[in-house]
Design a protein around this ligand. Structure first.
Ligand code: SF4
Length: 401
């Protein structure tokens, strides 16, 4: 059988299979390009089951392009809290604002226009154009590259941009006339439910008969992907600063800088431990641990004072946790701290939302601190790792389990 027949077989069988096996997902009940766009951004690197409740809440809160464009960023981040990759939410809002001002609130239906929006890469552009507008554009992500690598027995490294471009060309050729939206979704569906990364379910696969990867016994080895460098570990000391008096029951949080990692999100203050402390923190034994903790607590106290004019008395270690980004891994030890005020010149964070003074040293941006309690929980967006710490931290006067 020739290459063209293998392609035709693939497209036909896949589409037939999709028509009877597709999952009933909320965004599939709509052709609204704005809704489809939101679902596609949420689905990047996040599982369908996780996305569904977020999608419903988000659409309810921001039902139109205008509603999202006009919303305060803090509210959008709060609605996104728990999905991670917050830059996606910020880019989405920036792009939607552009749609409102430059396209009269209509999500553009041309590849050039939609691709010019912030955060809209070839995959999202292809997904929205094909699913909402039925334009014959490919939508190639990791799932799709895996399916195509296996079916066509392609051994090109999918981490390379040139491979992606080749895959997009191939995927476009495969789109049956007038069926772009369904076909692209069928391809994604096959990758998500049948041609899974580990142990693909070849025996129930609609294209198994001509799948070259399966026939070659190579499905498990495909796709070829060179490994990204593992994230660099960083040990960090986190200050869990408990309020007293009128702030009793609250914890001091700060807002991150405007740019960079987790920009403008709120978090417990934390510092990176220097190499020397990192080494001692890794040594075994109770004495070594106690010594490492004492040194880390000293460093935390000095650093918070020097950088933010924030005075704390670290008391004891509370818990360990970690958070992995694509390039770094935070290995965090949380220390319970007593709040001792701010240095002269740094305004107190007594008011909720009050400023806590001018950061000094390399960090010139003003840092805002806030006493965070139940009430603030609904309003401010914290990265998952800090939500976890707040949920798990044992109260000071309770027996630790
Ligand atoms: S037969 Fe197996 S390897 Fe080939 S596309 Fe189907 S699930 Fe993937």
């Amino acid at each position: 059988m020739g290459a063209n027949e293998a392609k035709l077989y693939f497209s036909t069988e896949l589409l037939n299979w999709y028509n009877t096996h597709k999952r009933d997902l909320p965004w599939r009940r709509s052709r609204n390009p704005y809704y489809i766009w939101i679902s596609e951004v949420m689905l990047q690197q996040t599982r369908v089951e996780t996305v569904i409740p977020y999608y419903h809440r988000f659409i309810e809160q921001f039902p139109t392009v205008e509603a999202l464009a006009d919303a305060p960023e803090e509210q959008v981040l709060k609605a996104w809290e728990g999905l991670g990759y917050y830059s996606r939410a910020r880019n989405l809002q920036a792009a939607v604002r552009e749609v409102k001002t430059s396209y009269g609130g209509q999500v553009p239906d041309s590849k050039e226009d939609i691709s010019s929006l912030k955060g809209v890469g070839p995959y999202t552009a292809g997904a929205v154009l094909s699913i909402a507008y039925n334009k014959p554009e490919p939508a190639v992500d990791g799932n799709v590259m895996r399916v195509l690598s296996r079916y066509f027995l392609l051994r090109d490294d999918i981490a390379k941009p040139s491979t992606r471009i080749g895959m997009e060309k191939l995927a476009k050729e495969l789109i049956p006339e007038g069926k772009a939206g369904d076909f692209n979704q069928a391809l994604m569906e096959l990758g998500a439910t049948v041609c899974t990364p580990k142990s693909p379910h070849c025996l129930t696969c609609p294209v198994m008969e001509l799948c070259a990867g399966r026939l070659e016994g190579a499905a498990d080895e495909l796709p070829v992907k060179t490994k990204a460098k593992p994230p660099r570990p960083e040990r960090r000391a986190v200050a869990y600063i408990e309020g007293a008096g009128t702030e009793s029951g609250r914890v001091l949080i700060r807002q991150r800088p405007k740019e960079g990692l987790l920009a403008r999100m709120w978090e417990l203050p934390h510092v990176q431990l220097p190499e020397t402390l990192q080494a001692s923190a890794g040594r075994a034994g109770a004495d070594a641990d106690a010594g490492a903790d004492a040194a880390a607590m000293r460093f935390l106290r000095e650093k918070l004072e020097a950088e933010y004019g924030l005075l704390v008395e670290p008391v004891e270690p509370m818990m360990d946790t970690e958070h992995t980004f694509s390039h770094i891994e935070w290995r965090m030890r949380v220390y319970r701290c007593r709040f001792a005020g701010f240095t002269e010149g740094a305004a107190a964070a007594g008011d909720r939302g009050g400023d806590a003074g001018q950061a000094s040293g390399e960090q010139q941006e003003k840092t805002t601190f806030l006493w965070f309690g139940e009430e603030e929980l609904r309003q401010y967006a914290l990265p998952n790792v800090f939500v976890r710490i707040l949920q798990q931290a044992p109260p000071a006067d309770s027996p630790k389990s």
